[in-house]
Design a protein around this ligand. Structure first.
Ligand code: ADP
Ligand code: MG
Length: 233
């Protein structure tokens, strides 16, 4: 029996609390209920997998958390600054690896990874850029255009870009979707290393191997979320 992942209103150690999110889409004459009251909390520094079959609502949860879409009902409460709406959060707060990656084709791989630094007026961090790219197997690819990389390599470049500002929260949609088993483990390891720097993460994934790397897993089914498994501390 799975316990409901209901958020606790008195829990102070919360990065973001999601309560009763609902979201429907129109598809011709039909209304699709993507989320039917999804609730969960993310705590600072934890790494969480959002697992569930295709169409269960995982991407919708990520899109609402990063502010790309608005919920029909329910609330998303950020602990650190509730005055800032999700869509206005800087990448130092919430960074995303979207399923379609969103790399800039006119920029090199290195320039893509540096872009969040530029956009947020941060100083160059050549050492950090190189360390992230090397750790994700992209050493020697820095000066290439994204289309000169395999999809798996592009996905790892998008992950390096998302990690460059050490965000409070990393949202990733099927981050191992284009990886083989070995690189999949390297991607999960990058999430763990980021957690040590204080980056919480929520990844939508089909990959059962994620369970070996995350602190918690949430199971999505039909627009609802349940706690799947909790590792002993
Ligand atoms: P998952 O990421 O778990 O595969 P999604 O969140 O993408 O699930 O989708 C949840 C449900 O909402 C699915 O039935 C999907 O077809 C539907 N859906 C998602 N986005 C849209 C949209 N823009 N228009 C219509 N239906 C959508
Ligand atoms: Mg999806």
């Amino acid at each position: 029996m799975m316990a409901p992942a209901a958020p606790d209103r008195t829990d102070r150690d919360v990065l973001v609390a999601v309560r009763g999110l609902t979201k429907s889409y129109r598809r011709g004459p039909e209304e699709v209920h993507a989320l039917r009251g999804a609730s969960f909390v993310l705590r600072p520094g934890e790494s969480v997998a959002l697992m569930g079959p295709s169409g269960s609502g995982k991407t919708t949860v990520l899109n609402l958390l990063c502010g790309w879409e608005q919920p029909d009902g329910g609330e998303i409460q950020w602990s650190h600054d509730d005055a800032v709406p999700a869509g206005d959060r800087p990448w130092s707060d919430v960074a995303v690896v979207p399923q379609d990656l969103g790399l800039m084709e006119d920029l090199s791989v290195r320039e893509n990874v540096e872009l969040p630094l530029r956009l947020s007026g941060r100083p160059d961090q050549a050492g950090r850029v190189e360390a992230l790219l090397t750790g994700l197997g992209l050493d020697g690819y820095q000066d290439r255009a994204p289309h000169e990389l395999s999809l798996g390599e592009q996905q790892r470049a998008a992950l390096a870009r998302a990690l460059i500002l050490s965000p409070r929260l990393l949202l990733a949609d099927e981050p191992t979707g284009h990886q083989d088993a070995g690189w999949g483990r390297a991607v999960f390891t990058a999430f763990r290393l980021a957690a040590r720097e204080g980056t919480s993460s929520l990844m939508a994934t089909h990959n059962p191997e994620a369970l070996k790397f995350v602190d918690r897993a949430l199971a999505m089914r039909d627009g609802l979320i349940h706690e799947l498994e909790r590792r002993p501390d």
